[in-house]
Design a protein around this ligand. Structure first.
Ligand code: ZN
Length: 504
């Protein structure tokens, strides 16, 4: 059963700080501001609003995270967002930097959209905008070398356009269709560096696209007042002139800032201090309620089993997606419309899966193209945990049976593979390996090290790698630490080779 809350801490804060001043609306230019967001560096203190009080000390690590300040206007009719982004980018590597790369996800051909950089300024010096890799990458040559430990201030004026009614052809997380504008990964994002090397490969459309470092976002959006902006993070200020509304959001420590505009109704509930909100088409109210209930049950279950979700909000939005049933972004989940209408089965477990991704993908990051099994395998295994907590042992066994069947079918067809295998090398067996075999790995690990050690493993893995990026070797190290045992053979057979493992 759910509780519906009409007012909570954030709303009270919002009411206190809302300052009603008049401004003129200029859609798609730099938005009129509550206060000029670029007047000062990102203020880390405001980020506390996105974190539960018990986790505000997580911001002590803020010096490790890049800071994005954004002000943008969104025109849902034109499916366009335009504005200014400032990145305070620290060179955390030992070597000096002569350039900075950004990912421009909307320019991937499979998204069917476009992201243009109108101008770029680094430390007050205009620099040339250079696109690489079919415009997936933006390269900025720095006006002066950035020494190790120094911070560059990059200011980009950008505009992006999403396709229309494109869920049949393109990736529906960047699209406008049936009353929802989804703008996933629409903002320019600093490219990752690993051991001083830029990670510039264009992602393949076989799994998730974004591997990114944790960052802090302070985002001011101006939108038509009839629409609601649903985003990563929490609103801290808002004002309206009747025709449009300007709202300032803070993300807390998150890997991406996702934006959705909708005119749908919503319902909310509160679990362990986190407000969960479900947005749905008015005619699918029953599905909207079922999605909320599933998310609430999942959050409660995973808080208990993995350690608490630290953020104040989690949103679920019904969208039209033909190429997937659900997809996770930091603090925001998109679920296909047909699961709400009954045209497709499995709303509850798919919502639970996407909620589990908040732990495995979002809070604990991993290379989603290089080691997809880390998040997809553990998230799929989390379906078993979800059933144990809510449906009982028989339901949990049914989840495992599904993974067993999928994996064994691939194995019998000669398509087994090591878990540690890039998405590019998984052809026709991506789901069977990353999801099904990945889930079975965790069940096999559980059988091998026993319940108390496995419970320690899950909690330690989350606590150690929250806001960081974990690798396959990290899973092994945390597991060996939890059981005080050697897992060399087990790890080799499951993760490094395609040995015929005993299916748990
Ligand atoms: Zn998944």
């Amino acid at each position: 059963m759910q509780r519906l809350l009409s007012m909570r801490r954030q709303d009270v804060l919002l009411a206190l700080v809302a300052v009603l001043i008049c401004y003129s609306v200029t859609p798609l230019s730099a938005a009129p501001h509550i206060s000029d967001p670029f007047a000062a560096p990102l203020d880390v203190q405001w980020q506390e609003a996105a974190l539960l009080p018990a986790f505000s000390a997580d911001l002590d690590a803020a010096s490790q995270w890049d800071r994005y300040t954004v002000s943008a206007g969104i025109d849902p009719e034109r499916r366009a967002i335009a504005g200014r982004l400032r990145l305070e980018y620290a060179n955390r590597a030992a070597d000096p930097l002569d350039r900075i790369y950004f990912y421009l996800f909307p320019n991937l051909p499979e998204l069917g959209g476009r992201l243009d950089i109108r101008s770029a300024i680094v430390d007050d010096v205009p620099v040339r905008v250079r696109y690489e890799s079919n415009r997936f990458l933006l390269r900025l040559d720095l006006p002066a070398t950035l020494p190790s430990g120094a911070v560059a201030h990059v200011v980009l004026d950008f505009s992006a356009v999403a396709p229309l009614d494109a869920s049949q052809r393109y990736y529906a997380a960047f699209n406008r269709e049936r009353g929802v504008l989804t703008l996933a990964s629409a903002l320019p994002m600093a490219a990752r560096r690993v051991d001083g090397a830029w990670q510039l490969a264009t992602p393949l459309f076989r799994g998730d696209l974004v591997t990114s470092e944790t960052a802090l976002y302070d985002v001011t959006l101006t939108i038509p007042a009839a629409w609601t902006a649903v985003t990563t993070g929490t609103a801290i200020e808002s004002q309206s002139d009747g025709a449009s509304r300007t709202t300032r959001f803070v993300s807390g420590p998150q890997r991406d800032f996702t934006i959705v505009l909708t005119r749908f109704p919503s319902i909310s509930t509160d679990v362990d201090g986190t407000r969960i909100t479900s947005y749905f088409r008015p005619e699918n109210a029953e599905g909207g309620r079922a999605a909320l209930d599933a998310a609430a049950n999942a959050l409660r279950a995973f808080n208990r089993r993995f350690g608490p979700y630290p953020l104040t909000e989690l949103d679920i939005v019904q969208i039209d997606a033909r190429k997937f049933l659900g997809v996770e972004y930091p603090g925001l989940i998109m679920i296909d419309r047909r699961l709400y209408t009954g045209e497709r089965e499995g709303l509850e477990i798919i919502v639970a899966h996407e909620v589990a991704h908040q732990w495995w993908y979002s809070l604990v990051g991993n290379d989603v193209q290089g080691e997809a099994w880390l998040d997809e395998g553990l998230t799929s295994f989390s379906q078993v945990i979800y059933q144990e907590e809510t449906g009982g042992a028989i339901a949990a066994e049914r989840e495992l049976d599904g993974f067993r069947a999928t994996y064994l079918r691939a194995r019998q067809a000669g398509r087994d593979a090591p878990l540690k295998r890039p998405v590019s090398a998984l052809r026709g067996n991506y789901t069977a390996i990353a999801y099904a075999k990945g889930a079975l790995f965790f069940q096999a690990l559980r059988n091998r090290i026993g319940e108390p050690a496995f419970d320690r493993f899950l909690r330690d893995y989350y606590a150690t790698f929250r806001y960081r990026i974990a690798s396959s070797d990290d899973v092994r190290a945390i597991a060996e630490n939890a059981c005080a045992c050697d897992l060399n053979d087990f790890y080799r057979d499951w993760v490094l080779t395609a040995a015929p493992v005993a299916v748990p």
